[in-house]
Write a protein that binds this ligand. Sequence first.
Ligand SMILES: Nc1ncnc2c1ncn2[C@@H]1O[C@H](COP(=O)(O)OP(=O)(O)OP(=O)(O)O)[C@@H](O)[C@H]1O
Ligand SMILES: [Mg+2]
Length: 171
Amino acid sequence: MLRFVLENAQDTELLARTVANHLVPGDLVILSGDLGAGKTVFARALFRHLGVNEVVTSPTFVLVKSYQGRFPVEHVDIYRVNDAEELDMLCIAELLEEGHLVVIEWGEKALGLFGPSYVQVSLERLDAEVSVDEEVAGDAKRFATVEIVGPQFSGRRGQMESEIGEIWSVA
Ligand SMILES: Nc1ncnc2c1ncn2[C@@H]1O[C@H](COP(=O)(O)OP(=O)(O)OP(=O)(O)O)[C@@H](O)[C@H]1O
Ligand SMILES: [Mg+2]
């Protein structure tokens, strides 16, 4: 597990690109963190880096949005999903099996349901006293935690961690 500080939204986008460089079809990325932490900012940069040219908007209301990058990618937000049946209807397991890259905001709610392998990025606002609206847009710090878990990543984890470690000098 890596933990470090992102200085601003550009830093969050750099982390997204750094992770994206190592992702392949069928991978699962779980994004955690409170409202306004930067999950959509992260997902947007990740998709852009994987060749998605379309505008990426938050899927909070539609739950799943599909894009075509270098391979098919899915942007999922399960903030409003509260039971297993509703989650099943999103067909996330099938999408992963078909080789779609799936990124799930609030994905910790589904941790373990889609196999043992995933990358989890958690973003935490450092200064909870300041509301998201009061922050200078894009210019606040976040704590990032990155966990790379499971056999699907066994051949990639070391390289991913060392690249992240080089940029954010985590021990
Ligand atoms: N270091 C940072 N990283 C990411 N976003 C930041 C950062 N600092 C400030 N911001 C701002 O915080 C907001 C994050 O919004 P975003 O929609 O990405 O959050 P979210 O986690 O997806 O929220 P929700 O749970 O509502 O989906 C943006 O307005 C962004 O500019
Ligand atoms: Mg969001």
